[in-house]
Design a protein around this ligand. Structure first.
Ligand code: G3P
Length: 219
């Protein structure tokens, strides 16, 4: 499973990249706003800065909601760097735009997906990635991981090449569960990735190994 980090924070992206297990980055307008990145020039520069750090795909979301505007905005974003994936919302105009980008060879990520029917439409339009938001489904008492499993079954039935990018990951169990049901990619916060490292028996075991080594050296 590929690991993407879901942030626009350059320090967090650097930290994840330094771990050597990062495969890409996803951003959205809320995450860009959280970093105080506003205005077209700054936004474009920030995407370039992210691309310069990470060795993999970088999702950059369009703000436009009409076909013509999405095309213009997406083409401009795609020109920033080969790593850019144009992130497009799951609306009718968005599906038309994904179809257009797909024919032009521009990578896309269909975002704000909350149902199997929406995922089916994204695959038919030729999206590179589909982003079901599992945390936001869990928030309203709908099983987000079950949706990933359902989409994986549908995509397998028809050999769709669209990759399932489990988004809105909140904690390490989400990552494990998505891996179990066959998500191609997960995107989550650095905290969820870092939590995967932790196990008390690892800490206890390492402390014992080092203590025994030190003791043996004093004999
Ligand atoms: O980038 C899209 C998605 O991962 C958002 O997550 O935590 O805002 O539901 P969240």
């Amino acid at each position: 499973m590929k690991f993407f980090i879901d942030t626009a924070n350059l320090n967090e992206i650097r930290e994840a990249q330094d771990l050597g297990i990062l495969d890409g980055v996803t951003t959205n307008p809320s995450l860009m706003a959280k970093e105080g990145i506003t205005g077209k020039d700054r936004v474009m520069q920030h995407y370039k800065a992210i691309c310069d750090i990470v060795d993999g795909d970088v999702s950059a979301e369009v703000i436009a909601t009409t076909f013509n505007e999405m095309i213009a905005e997406g083409e401009e974003l795609a020109e920033i760097d080969d790593k850019i994936v144009v992130k497009v919302p799951m609306i009718k105009e968005g599906i038309k735009a994904i179809n257009y980008f797909s024919e032009k060879g521009i990578k896309t990520n269909c975002t704000l997906v909350f149902s199997a029917g929406q995922a089916l439409l994204a695959a038919k339009a030729g999206a590179t990635y589909v982003s079901p938001f599992i945390g936001r489904l869990d928030d309203i008492s709908v099983d987000g991981v079950a949706l990933i499993e359902q989409i994986a079954l549908i995509y397998r039935n028809y050999s769709y090449s669209t990759e399932i990018l489990a988004a809105s990951i909140r904690h390490p169990m989400h990552i494990i569960q998505c891996a179990e049901v066959g998500a191609d990619v997960m995107t989550g916060p650095l905290s969820a990735i870092n939590a995967l490292f932790s196990h008390p028996l690892t800490d206890i075991g390492l402390a014992k190994f080092l203590a025994d080594h030190k003791k043996a050296g004093t004999k």
